[in-house]
Design a protein around this ligand. Structure first.
Ligand code: ATP
Ligand code: PRP
Length: 221
């Protein structure tokens, strides 16, 4: 009997598009929804099982093999540093990690920000970035609403995700440096990738074809 493929999907911004893409290559199950209280949903016919996780926990499920594969932002992969294979750049969920300061506090050089306090949801990425710049900073980990940091004096700077730029603009912050760009990635547990190679390889090939066709359609329009 064929074994199940367990796919982890993150709640939140990447959920809908992930489900849509997987549906296009035949990986779907009835009742998979972000708000479902049921966290494991299986399709017996196609031998696919979906688990729905919190964004930041998703790489852990894949690392431990609780899920064979998953879809997650490159930002989370860089921050969490889990032992997983990155199989495919899916292109969506595009955003950037950047450093921003209140407009009034802008300094002329990056090194002039040394020894200040930085609020971020990405302490590892922020630390790496400042280490490369050769400046020491105090990093304060927050789990959301990072832009609040400088507004109320918790920190002088932030390192956070920017997509449209609306949030930093609304909070009178300005970007001073871009750290990296992130998109959603298909990841796999290394052992699952070996043991279930045929199905997972086909999934990658099929997803690539769907993405290429969508790109072609967009160009043609
Ligand atoms: N504007 C954006 N803000 C944050 N993440 C974005 C944005 N655009 C794309 N992304 C990508 O979407 C992923 C998921 O973001 P989402 O906000 O759903 O998760 P989260 O940060 O865990 O949120 P929460 O803590 O509110 O659950 C991010 O890791 C990132 O790769
Ligand atoms: O450039 P924009 O399009 O405005 O998007 C950026 C904002 O979106 C994210 O927050 P999110 O919505 O994940 O909420 P959070 O503050 O709880 O992390 C990020 O942390 C920024 O605050």
């Amino acid at each position: 009997m064929e074994e199940y493929i367990t796919i982890a999907l993150p709640k939140g911004k990447l959920f809908k598009r992930s489900l849509d893409l997987l549906g296009k290559v035949g990986y779907s199950a009835e009742g998979v929804s972000e708000n479902s209280r049921k966290l494991v949903i299986a399709n017996e016919e196609t031998k696919v099982r979906f688990i729905i996780t919190k964004t930041v926990d998703l790489p852990t499920y894949v690392e431990y093999g609780a899920a064979d594969i998953g879809i997650i932002g490159k930002d989370v992969l860089l921050e969490e540093q889990k032992d997983v294979y990155e199989l495919l750049d899916l292109g969506f969920g595009k955003c950037r990690l950047m450093m921003a300061v209140p407009e009034a506090k802008k300094r002329s050089e990056l090194k002039d920000y040394a020894h200040l306090r930085v609020a971020t949801k990405y302490p590892r990425c922020a630390r790496d970035y400042f280490d490369k710049l050769g400046i020491q900073m105090e990093i304060v980990k927050l789990n959301g609403s990072i832009e609040l940091g400088p507004l109320i004096g918790l920190s002088e700077l932030i390192v956070d995700i920017v997509e449209t730029g609306t949030t930093i603009k609304e909070n009178k912050l300005m970007e001073v440096d871009s750290i990296f760009t992130s998109t959603a990635r298909l990841i796999a547990n290394p052992v699952s990738f070996k043991l279930k190679f045929e199905r997972l390889h086909k999934l990658v090939v099929d997803l690539r074809a769907v993405l290429a066709a969508e790109k072609g359609d967009k160009k043609a329009k």
